[in-house]
Design a protein around this ligand. Structure first.
Ligand SMILES: C[S@@+](CC[C@H](N)C(=O)[O-])C[C@H]1O[C@@H](n2cnc3c(N)ncnc32)[C@H](O)[C@@H]1O
Length: 197
């Protein structure tokens, strides 16, 4: 396990939106079972989950996308310091633009970790499906969005679009016959889809 508190950019006294322990445990189990070669991550932050992927999946390469320039620089530095040079590339750009570029380049992935803007998961889904190899896994974090997604009643205005989009995202992945989908309700909620066909 990587000590995230030692990473550049880790806020010792503040909130760090990095993968939570049970979600990480699940991710590591999936990586161990599927042994992906090509990995895509949407939402790099300071490179913590990416470093766990690279460490636990020693034969994989990772493309990780981060729109914030300072975070992309920080993550690159962290990943280099951990000796992962040559196995990762941090794309400092908006995730949707990155997905379109990957699709145009006909790139394919065996494991995709979706952990960027929650309100955009729905928009990303059709391209993510194209990018995923048959047998590949799409894992999306924070799908319950602090519990709002499952809550009855009116959702606060500022969360309404995100919650509506996440509900539609969940409905689509559950109904998609090409996916075998499982939802985990621990931490902030995780969905795991295996592309069957
Ligand atoms: C939850 S954090 C990622 C945490 C990281 N996966 C980890 O566990 O260590 C989400 C990241 O997505 C980035 N992000 C948000 N919207 C984005 C977008 N439209 N395109 C690319 N990155 C985005 C944020 O700047 C933030 O760093």
């Amino acid at each position: 396990m990587i000590d995230k508190t030692k990473l550049l950019g880790f806020k010792k006294d503040g909130y760090n939106p990095v993968i939570r322990p049970k979600t990480l445990e699940l991710m590591l189990k999936i990586l161990d079972m599927h042994k992906p070669k090509q990995v895509l991550e949407i939402g790099t932050y300071i490179g913590y989950s990416c470093s766990e992927i690279l460490q636990n999946c020693p034969t994989c390469n990772v493309v990780t996308v981060e729109k914030d320039k300072n975070l992309a620089i920080c993550a690159t530095e962290n990943l280099k310091n951990m000796g992962f040079s040559g196995r990762f590339s941090v794309w400092n750009m908006d995730a949707f633009d990155a997905l379109e570029k990957l699709q145009a380049e006909k790139q394919k992935f065996d494991f995709i970790f979706l952990d960027g803007a929650k309100g955009q998961y729905l928009k990303y889904l059709p391209i993510l499906k194209v990018l995923l190899n048959v047998g590949g896994v799409l894992m999306a974090d924070d799908i319950m969005f602090h519990g709002y997604v499952e809550q009855d009643g009116t959702v606060k205005h500022k969360h309404r679009t995100i919650v509506t989009n996440l509900r539609k995202f969940l409905q689509e992945i559950k109904e998609d016959k090409d996916f075998q989908t499982q939802i985990f309700d621990f931490e902030d909620g995780v969905s795991v889809c295996i592309k069957k066909s």
